[in-house]
Design a protein around this ligand. Sequence first.
Ligand code: MG
Ligand code: ZN
Length: 447
Amino acid sequence: MRNGLLAAASGAALLFGLGVGAAQSAETAKNVILFIGDGMGVSEVTAARYYQGVKNKLNFDKLTHTGFQTTWSLKPGDGPTYLPDYAPDSAATGTMWATGKKTIDERISQGPSTAENVPGKNYKTILEVFQAKGKRVGNVSTAEITDATPAVLASKMSLRGCQAPANMTLCPTETKAKGGLGSISEQMVDHQMDVVFGGGKARFDATGGKIAGGSDDGKTVEESATRQGQKLIYTKNDLDALKSSDMPVLGLFASGNMTTEWTGPQAIQGAGVEKHKCDTDNRPKVQPKLELMTEKAIELLSGGKRGFFLQVEGASIDKQDHAANACGQIGETVAFDKAIGVALKFQEENPDTLIIVTADHSHTSQIVAEDSTGTGDPTGYSDNLITKDGQVMRITYGTAGGPGPVATPPSQQHTGAVVPIWAKGPGAEKILGTTDHTDLFDILQGK
Ligand code: MG
Ligand code: ZN
């Protein structure tokens, strides 16, 4: 609490231009690594902690500063002011740290408007800010690399679904043929990032549709990447073999989202939920682990004189929360923690590196009382996991909503609670107390 108050005081001083000067610029980090656990609220982190034993230390615990961030987005409207939406999506929240501005759900680094399918104003992104400073830039995710969280850094789009040329019927005025920036996959290539690793090959290859209009008319997005000098790779072996001279590099390690590292049953409703452990070896060997993608990205990016900016997303914490799959969710959180460990190791030798770890929004999973009598089953879907301590940890999912595709269990909804934020390195103190996702745009720049 005391630290939070001090941070608030120093924030106020900065706001009024006091105490800003040489000391401030000396605090600005050369390298900035931003970790986003999609849908990774305090409950998801705690479940990953307890599954591995209550006394097990996480890499999260080595981050020296902790705070909270609010994540609310906007509802469509006539403007210039917009009403708040308390349970945001990953497009709106990503746009907040990527641009420093609030927007509506579904939107990729564009401003709000009267409806989701009415394009807003394109905003400058944090990745563009760092590129203009001569820093190398990288973008790593376990999702399709055209998914909302990685997309916000290097593309602008009214609807997050417009990921490939074939999807542009949803965003007809934003195609290259119409003078727009083209689909998200086209923009991810045109943006010339130094390192891009993730899934989503189908958004880039022939099956994703040909590019219509622009300088790559009739070509696939992969062909466009090759024309623009980007090395394409597809497997863990390709990744292992990369050298810095291979940059810029686009690694597409799965057709869609990368396979989760762990697996287990989906949660079920009512009594009779069996207790079990998780299968912790689910990702095919051809797909690299998040830890390895992070290590390689840092290795490649860190050779530059002016430092680098890297975003690393653990995407399927969210996706497995939606699916009410506790093992999938926890495995992705554990993998994310290991990736943080890689960055912390780099930072030991490169202390001019700011590491920030946060989530884009909270999610549904909760740890509830173990019920051995069968009389207190949670109202939602649940699973019983046997932890390293040999105890049963019951995880419940109870935010599914409709209307939507009928599934068992139905897709769970995001929640609106503040998310935790952790940091270590120059400028880490700026995350203390409670800030908003939009503040992260400045915090990443040492402002
Ligand atoms: Mg995401
Ligand atoms: Zn989600």
